[in-house]
Design a protein around this ligand. Sequence first.
Ligand SMILES: [Zn+2]
Length: 439
Amino acid sequence: MSEDIYQALSRTALLLERDIFATADHRPIVDGLRATTARIIANRANTDSVAGQTALVTLYAQLAMMGLQVDLDIPTIDLVLGQPPLRGDDLEAALVDFSEDLPPGGSSRPAAVPDITFALGDTPALPTSVRVSGTAWQASVAQVGQAGAWRGTMPVGAMAAGAAAAADGLRVALPRIAERLERPTPVEAAFVLDPSRQVSVDLSDFSVSGPVRLGEVDVISGGAITNAALYALRRIPDVSARMRVLEPDALDLTNLNRYPVARRSQVGMLKAELLQTLSAEGFQVTGLPVRFDETTLPFIGALAPRVLVGVDHIPSRWCVQVAAYDRWVCVGASSHFYVLVSAHPIGRPCAGCVHPRDDSTLGNIPTISFVSFWAGLIQALEVLREVAGTPKAVTTSTNVWPLGLDGRRGIQAVTQSAVAECPTQCRASRARRRQIVGV
Ligand SMILES: [Zn+2]
């Protein structure tokens, strides 16, 4: 295999090394992922709607970014709506073309016998298939029970279902990796494919209906979480926005394991420029290739009324929160297999209260596709709810553990509280804040 594939999957290998296998040898980890085949089957009734196509594209992309081989068994059908970054009209051809342009070596070299089969909606399938189904705002992933067909144009349940199912793609790859490392297969329940596992995710707390005008939104970082948030917002019907993305870096090969709107042929391109290509009628994305810090603030100018923060570096989150003390701020964060998304209305506990300590680690950050995706998806839903949904009675953050979605710890609301040691001093008087942090 080309050396590039080890580079492209290095962050995923790092996560599996740190959290599961405790080995510094990444090659067998990557080889195991590449030797795993997932098949996705879907009939016409489950692929002729926006929701069905979004579930398929999301699951396919999440598996391909993980490095798995993906085998498609779907009818010949055209894309109903644009699914960036796919190109062309024919759904299957567009997916294969995308995967050839994602991990070096592509994802379409499946084994004759797949390690796992996903069946979309109520597509007829063997009972051992994992059903990926849902509705506008709900997602279900299970081998057992009834599943309905994918229908309609609201794709939030579909994106959640694709991301939730991708965890099973990882679970079937783990024995392949263990065998190459000559180590025992992980036995912890979260890491084992369990035929009785039933994932059901209800995101209707975030539901909106009718056109949503987000207006001006600033986005700090054009990284994985922003990629996922824009992937989601761009797919939700009737969302208009003028988004400005601040990101100085260019797309790197090591980003391809988790950036759902990027393609390998765009490596080297400024991320600010890449994300601009998501612009569509009524949905404008402007990229600004600058880093957000105290020195660039004069150039950046006044922040938009709503600010999405996807930056990994914790002191940078504080810096944004300080500058945006009179704005609505939402921070999407992930660490290893966990996600924490927190929205901060003006005057409530701030991003510094939720992330009071700098535990940013030096060096490469371990990541995997579906974890980053959940962070961006929830962040997208938070801004929708803020503008057009039902406000929450108390300010809560959302914790997501994508490997535990079948249990109570899968998606949890956590009450935010102001902390005395808040690095932005959000509870201090204006005069005191001016003294300490300069706002
Ligand atoms: Zn605070």
